[in-house]
Design a protein around this ligand. Structure first.
Ligand code: FES
Length: 133
């Protein structure tokens, strides 16, 4: 007899008892999304890498590293967190108006992004940072 939520099946699985073939209703939760990757090249050429959940900003992701990127504001206007994208630009979220304005005001060319705005959507991204903590 099947329970409405498949509890009996889950208990058997936890106990290591073969519950039989898995039906769609027993395990309906989708698999977790694949993590994204960041490689940060420091001003001295050193490299450090880490992973994060998709949609994390470069700045937040770099917080997992021993020496993360520095930030200087809370409204994406200072340019302290600027990075040069070396690889994987296609894996980043598109620039919004605020980011474009700050990059333009700081005279930064197209390969630059603000780490506090650019989100790593999928895959792996490699950036050069200029100011680390
Ligand atoms: S921290 Fe100021 S622009 Fe990103």
């Amino acid at each position: 007899m099947a329970t409405p939520l498949g509890i009996r099946r889950r208990i058997k699985r936890l106990l290591g008892i073969d519950p039989g073939p898995v039906t769609a209703s027993a395990d309906a939760s989708p698999p977790p999304p694949a993590p994204v990757g960041l490689t940060l090249v420091g001003p001295d050429g050193s490299e450090a890498s880490c992973t994060a959940a998709p949609g994390s900003t470069i700045l937040a992701t770099s917080g997992k590293l021993r020496r993360p990127l520095a930030s200087g504001c809370a409204d994406s206007t200072c340019g302290t967190c600027r990075v040069e994208v070396l690889d994987g630009a296609e894996h980043l979220s598109p620039q919004d108006g605020r980011e474009r304005a700050t990059l333009r005001e700081n005279g930064l060319p197209g390969a630059y992004r603000l780490a506090c705005r650019a989100e790593i959507v999928t895959g792996n991204v490699k950036v050069r940072g200029f100011e680390l903590i």
